[in-house]
Write a protein that binds this ligand. Structure first.
Ligand SMILES: N[C@@H](CCC(=O)N[C@@H](CS)C(=O)NCC(=O)O)C(=O)O
Length: 201
């Protein structure tokens, strides 16, 4: 398998999952400015959506959308326990979180990265992200992880969002509940290896 990624982007989430699940993979870096990969190939010809992450399966098919990719990868190695099995209600609670993080948090960062965005729009986006993150903060205030109190792909996705909150110096990054929630994830060897491989450490 090949993971198309950009350092520190949301593709870090499937990258960590690949390592947690001990799967074999190759990393392919996408230059998001030129939308090319090493060697100059146009990324749009590989992924018409032109964004990361994208996962090329061993049969050549392409899978996109982070929440789908992480669940697929987790299912490839059930022994890694990164998603509950089908019919377990916690599997769908995990999907609830993945969807919440994708649509309510991840996409809300948009105004912060739009070139030339106004300060007013950025402040509004930050206030909105804080409001959405409060829901997650409250969920982890009396537990270690989001689903069934065991580390899962939802935590990995949220971890990437917390790294972004930190990068944009948002207050949420310092909320004690998030500091406590994030600390053991920071310590995981798979997380460390992914950060090193993306040149983030
Ligand atoms: N819906 C996609 C969104 C992916 C996405 O927003 N990727 C960002 C990096 S975190 C990106 O490549 N942005 C460049 C662009 O949208 O053109 C997913 O959940 O995988």
């Amino acid at each position: 398998m090949k993971l198309y990624y950009s350092p520190g982007a949301c593709s870090l989430s499937p990258h960590i999952v690949l390592r947690e699940a001990e799967l074999e993979f190759e990393l392919v870096k996408v230059d998001m400015r030129t939308r090319t990969i090493d060697g100059g190939e146009n990324y749009r010809t590989i992924n018409p959506k032109a964004y990361v992450p994208a996962l090329e399966l061993d049969n050549g098919e392409l899978m996109t959308e982070g929440p789908a990719i992480v669940q697929y990868l987790a299912d490839l190695n059930p022994g890694a326990n990164l998603v509950p099995p089908p019919t377990d209600p916690d599997r769908y609670r995990g999907q609830e979180w993945l969807n919440y993080i994708a649509s309510e948090i991840h996409k809300s960062f948009g105004p912060l990265v739009v070139p030339g965005g106004s300060e007013e729009n950025k402040e509004r986006a930050i206030a909105h992200i804080h409001q959405r993150m409060e829901i997650v903060r409250d969920a982890v205030s009396d537990r270690d992880y989001l689903v069934g109190n065991r580390y899962s792909v939802a935590d990995i996705y949220m971890y990437v969002m917390l790294r972004w909150a930190d990068m944009f110096r948002m207050d949420a990054a310092g909320w004690p509940e998030f500091v406590a929630y994030r600390a053991p994830i920071d310590e995981r060897p798979a997380v460390d290896a992914a950060l090193q491989a993306e040149g983030l450490k």
